[in-house]
Design a protein around this ligand. Structure first.
Ligand code: FPP
Ligand code: MG
Length: 332
């Protein structure tokens, strides 16, 4: 048995059937993700810790299902699937430092357990692992798609950082940020999988658009759950966005409806007064902002479905729809 097996996968009742149908390939992806981490014990320990923390491997599954849609699953698709997950892992290791997170996937985040320096360097480690996996593909177009996506991820994070505590930030600015920080990676994964399969330009475009709607919906769900989720269910702390001054859609809606007093909100975030923060979260919940966000998630899900309908119907197309439904219905 390889050092990794699929027991490291985050299992979820809604996802198990799909994971089971891809088990053999997912196991190979796990092996690629875990290998080459033994240059120094700390690298091995942190790498194993983050990879075995119960990630659901949604992005690798997206790549693998697209590969299957076209027929035989190739070695290239396995490397791409691992590369995309490795990039996602890198981004979480950096993100938890930026957000000063304490919990990720139900346990102490790497920054919490080993400190910020280790988390940043391990993020760099996984970022360069992504590059090594992609170089092996010998497909400059794929390298181009994923490296452009990485730039977008960083742009999205910088834009988000810059808009912290900006209570005047509106929906277009928010959508721009989540498109870049989350949508683009789903889009790039889907497009690159189509390129590796030598898809026609029309199908590549449909899959690319599917990836973007899927990714946008995914981040909207994440931002909704920050107001509605139970920590045990999410594997991370909730109610953080508002306290951190992160202006996401539920809050943008509440502000647009004048359901929240801006100066009281600014003061609450400034002083971190728990009662005042709880009052603001309740005001967002009561404002209709959650319903508004849920409606946008539904629309992204429908648009994702429409893109899939541009593909011929087969078992993998149905599974792609199942995957996006699973991810976008967690909150509804
Ligand atoms: C999670 O958002 C974070 C992202 C979607 C992207 C983070 C990207 C970076 C930090 C840039 C990474 C750079 C390289 C080179 C890899 P969130 O904080 O809203 O979600 P969370 O609640 O899961 O933390
Ligand atoms: Mg975060």
């Amino acid at each position: 048995m390889s050092p990794a097996n699929t027991s490291s996968l985050g299992r979820d009742a809604g996802l198990e059937c799909l994971q089971d149908s891809l088990l053999d390939s997912l196991q190979k992806v796990e092996t690629l993700l875990h290998e080459d981490a033994n240059a120094f014990p700390l690298i091995g320990s942190v790498s194993k810790y983050i990879l075995d923390s119960g990630g659901k491997r949604i992005r690798p599954m997206l790549v693998l299902l697209i590969a299957r849609y076209f027929g035989e699953l190739t070695r290239q698709h396995l490397s791409l699937a691992a590369a995309v997950e490795s990039l996602h892992t890198a981004s979480l290791l950096h993100d938890d430092v930026l957000d000063d997170a304490t919990v990720r996937r139900g346990r102490a985040s790497v920054n919490r357990r080993w400190g910020n320096i280790t988390s940043v360097l391990m993020g760099d480690y996984f970022h360069t692992k992504t590059l090594r996996l992609l170089v092996k593909l010998e497909q400059p177009e794929v390298l181009n798609i994923i490296s452009k996506a990485t730039t977008c991820l960083i742009e999205g994070e910088i834009m988000q950082f810059d808009s912290k505590n900006n209570w005047a930030a509106g929906e277009p600015q928010y959508l721009d940020i989540i498109r870049k920080k989350t949508g683009v990676l789903f889009q790039a994964a889907a497009q690159a999988a189509a390129v590796v399969a030598e898809a026609s330009i029309d199908i590549e475009t449909s899959l690319k658009k599917f990836g973007m709607h899927f990714g946008l919906g995914y981040q909207l769900v994440d931002d909704l759950l920050d107001y509605t989720g139970l920590p045990g269910q999410l594997g991370k702390t909730t109610g953080n966005d508002l306290a951190e001054g992160k202006v996401t859609l539920p809050l943008i809606y509440a502000l647009s409806q004048n359901k929240i007093d801006r100066s009281r909100l600014a003061e609450a975030v400034n002083t971190q007064d728990e009662e005042e923060l709880a009052h603001a979260v309740k005001a967002v919940r009561d404002s209709g902002g959650l319903e508004y966000t849920r409606n946008m998630i539904k629309r992204e899900r429908e648009k994702a479905r429409d893109c899939l309908n541009e593909l011929v119907s087969n078992d993998s197309r149905s599974k792609l729809a199942e995957l996006s439904d699973f991810a976008l219905m967690r909150s509804i």
